[in-house]
Design a binder for this molecule. Structure first.
Ligand SMILES: [Zn+2]
Length: 344
């Protein structure tokens, strides 16, 4: 398996985010990549660096899944924010268009509130470079699959599956899994994204909700009790041409490995019915019992079983790293998944 990582991802290092009213240390930082890399290196795996983190083809593909104004916002907002009197170092808006706004504002505070869906997406001076490096890593892995490398892995941070067409959320800015699927669609007519992160992949769902060429499926903690709260119900099945090509399997808060694997089996049955030619696996590891986001109770060996089951998919896959936050087990969890996947 060919694996990819770009060190410029570390340029996005926001340090803090707001949770339950408290400004606190963010679990989504460069240390995640270090821990995940250690897990891969313990298996003797080598990470390859994408050739570049910015190119016309990356911009063109991103423009097919995100709006032009959102991409422009991500690139320019930090400088515009810092010109405001008394502005903080990090872009963190204090107002959001709850229920949807009627017009798109010109002012940086209004635009930040429009595009940053929650308080987990602060933007620093160098964030955009880090976010682009994460996306370019997913792109490189998908291009390598098309180029004949078989299944590939992209170590992407920040993650991407909460990022929708016009907004960031849940530590995510550009949707890396959707980007990988976009690259695969250039070769294959039917592509699926299977999301095993602890959280619902609401951004991915939004991007493909009206399309029938990219199937999206997610198992996650029931949003009635957990982030992202407003999306991820079993009744969200796609719309228009996309009706029937979005599958959500919410699980109770605190679910264990057995429940997770049973739901995975059901999700794979739905995926196979779609008959995709290639698959993106949105690989979150935050369902572990010690993960600070505390939603499920999987053990490290459960990730081995998840990897083993996913290795039996008939299609080639791009594995895109989503969540999974710093604990002493994070690297081991990725290694367990990879060991299961590679049959060792
Ligand atoms: Zn997650």
């Amino acid at each position: 398996m060919k694996l990819f990582y770009h060190p410029d991802q570390a340029h996005h290092a926001p340090g803090a985010f707001l949770v339950r009213g408290q400004l606190t240390s963010s679990p989504e930082g460069p240390v995640r990549a270090e821990l995940l890399t250690k897990g891969l290196e313990s298996m003797g795996l080598v990470l390859h660096e994408p050739e570049d983190i910015d190119s016309p083809r990356l911009r063109s593909r991103l423009a097919s899944i995100h709006t032009p104004r959102y991409l422009s916002f991500l690139e320019t907002i930090h400088a515009r924010w810092r010109e405001l009197p008394g502005a903080s170092e990090l872009v963190m808006p204090n107002i959001h268009p709850c229920g949807g706004g009627h017009h798109y504002p010109r002012h940086p505070v209004g635009q930040a509130g429009w595009h940053l869906h929650d308080m987990a997406c602060p933007i620093g001076a160098d964030s955009f470079r880090g976010v682009l490096a994460s996306a370019a890593t997913a792109q490189a892995a998908a291009e390598a699959l098309i180029g004949g490398h078989g299944t590939t892995y992209a170590l992407c941070r920040p993650p991407g599956h909460h990022a929708g067409p016009d907004r960031a959320g849940g530590f995510c800015f550009l949707n890396n899994s959707a980007l990988a699927a976009t690259v695969l669609r250039e070769r294959f007519s039917r592509v699926a994204i299977l999301d095993v992160d602890l959280h619902h992949g609401n951004g991915t769902q939004d991007i493909f909700y009206y399309r029938n060429d990219v199937w999206t499926g997610s198992l996650h903690v029931d949003p009635a009790d957990f982030y992202p709260f407003f999306w991820g119900g079993a009744n969200e099945e796609g719309m228009g041409e996309g009706l029937g090509t979005n599958v959500n399997l919410p699980l109770p808060l605190g679910s264990d490995g057995a429940a997770f694997l049973e739901a995975l089996e059901a999700l794979i049955a739905r995926l196979e019915a779609f008959r995709p030619e290639a698959v993106v696996i949105a690989l979150g590891l935050d369902a572990h019992r010690d993960d600070p986001l505390a939603g499920m109770t999987l053990e490290t060996e459960d990730f081995f079983a998840v990897g083993k089951r996913l290795s039996r998919l008939a299609q080639p896959a791009v594995l895109v790293q989503e969540g999974g936050y710093p604990t002493e087990h994070l690297g081991d969890n990725l290694a367990a998944f990879m060991n299961g996947f590679s049959g060792s």
